[in-house]
Design a protein around this ligand. Structure first.
Ligand code: AMP
Ligand code: MG
Length: 423
């Protein structure tokens, strides 16, 4: 086992892998699942398109009215004063007017109604006066107004969605408007996860009970389960694994045989009880282990069998931060999505943020607008990796670069809003 040669938790930062280098190694190592499936559009929310979609039709399919009013030929608009036109019929949404509209004639038309032959303009009903079968318009009418042209939204044969696009409400609605009922998507990923630690008490058996001294509830399995569920993967909960090499070995092999991706929490530092680190070095292909980041210095990635493996730290905040920065983009890449990185925005920091040089820090922040509408962010306070409440009072992560010594009020900082991170 080569574990002794790896950097330990006590090593200086310059022996730790920079975050960017780790993210590059990660995306280089990952491979998108090969299998695709044809599924019903109704079941496609969250899935990644596996092929480009070209529109088979124009949308709208026919030129129609954008308003309730009167369809006319622009030639009927008077140069000055008024013109009275004969109303020769009606065009409703879904009920066409079969006749032709001649100059000096008009057809009553409603939103969505097909523009009758001979017309190119709709005068809205608020801009006319009517008397029996005549409608009077004036010279202010704009030629071509209030008409939706066939194909003005989507043209037939146009590339509308690229492979790798995530299907959400807007994409699903667009596909439905093209008459497409089934889509080719990458298959769902299977992600297995377990937590490790002799101190952990399972909620399944101990919810509401008093914890024995030295024990704590296994919250990470719930956090992981929730974050995975938001990513629309098939989850395999392998429970709590106790601190022994044998149990860890068995669980890791079991997980790798069942899943595309395996995620664990705890036991990933270099101590005597860190069996995940030991067993991963024994069984797996380790691509990186110790990163120049906080929280999350021990964060292991590589392969075990055919599965990609992530050994996350045990502290609850570290689990979430490392998951969001590494596991989530990885899952997105393997599930076939082309956009995988969380987005960042810039905000003016209101707090003093202390940090050490040489590592990227992800501090918990509260993002809001000041009275002028500018984005401001302040710290949630103490940043211990075990303080899960710092995540519930936050609505963003403040990302502070490795070469920054700290932040003072008024500095501009990079922020990842939770809206762009969770689900
Ligand atoms: P470890 O990396 O295994 O040493 O875990 C570090 C710390 O994280 C432990 O001392 C616990 O306080 C906490 N921890 C580990 N696993 C869990 C878990 N599944 N749920 C909640 N807290 C955990
Ligand atoms: Mg542990």
């Amino acid at each position: 086992m080569s574990i002794d040669k790896q950097p330990s938790c006590e090593d200086p930062f310059d022996s730790l892998l920079p975050v960017q280098e780790a993210q590059d190694r990660l995306s280089d190592a990952l491979v998108t699942v090969a299998e695709t499936e044809l599924i019903d559009l109704k079941d496609a929310t969250g899935r990644a398109l596996s092929e480009d979609v070209v529109s088979p039709v124009n949308v709208p399919g026919y030129t129609n009215s954008a308003m309730d009013g009167y369809a006319i030929a622009s030639a009927s608009i008077p140069v000055k004063g008024h013109a009275s036109l004969d109303i020769v019929g009606s065009a409703w949404a879904g009920r066409v007017f079969d006749g032709e509209v001649q100059p000096q004639q008009a057809a009553r038309i409603f939103t969505g109604g097909l523009m009758p032959v001979g017309t190119d303009t709709v005068v809205i009903q608020e801009h006319v006066s009517t008397d029996g079968d005549t409608v009077t318009i004036d010279s202010q009418v704009q030629p071509g107004r209030n008409v939706r042209q066939a194909g003005e939204d989507v043209l037939q044969d146009e590339l509308v969605l690229k492979a790798g696009t995530q299907l959400k409400a807007a994409q699903i609605g667009l596909l439905a408007s093209l008459g497409i009922r089934e889509v080719n998507v990458y298959r769902r990923l299977r992600v297995a996860y377990f937590t490790t630690g002799d101190e952990l008490c399972a909620l399944d058996t101990h919810a509401g009970q008093t914890l024995a001294p030295g024990m704590l509830f296994d919250s990470n399995r719930y956090t992981l389960g929730s974050m995975l569920t938001s990513l629309n993967v098939e989850t395999i909960d392998l429970g709590i694994v106790r601190d022994s090499a044998e149990a860890t070995r068995k669980a890791m092999l079991d997980a790798a045989a069942k899943a595309d991706i395996v995620v664990t929490s705890g036991g990933i530092s270099a101590g005597d009880a860190d069996f995940v680190a030991q067993v991963f070095h024994e069984l797996g292909n380790v691509r990186f282990w110790k990163l120049a980041m906080r929280p999350g210095r021990p964060l292991a990635f590589g392969q075990v069998g055919n599965a990609f493996f992530f050994g996350l730290p045990g502290n609850p905040v570290a689990v979430m931060v490392t998951f969001l920065q590494f596991v989530q983009p990885a899952i997105k890449q393997v599930m076939g999505l082309s956009a995988t990185a969380p987005y960042t925005i810039k905000a003016t920091c209101q707090s003093t943020l202390r940090k050490s040089l040489g590592r990227v820090e992800y501090q918990r922040g509260v993002l809001s607008n000041d009275e002028q509408g500018n984005l401001i962010v302040s710290s949630t306070g103490k940043q211990g990796a075990g303080r899960i409440s710092s995540m519930t009072s936050a609505n963003c992560l403040i990302v502070i670069a490795a070469d920054a010594a700290g932040v003072v009020p008024g500095d501009t900082v990079e922020v990842q809003p939770f809206e762009g991170l969770f689900g």
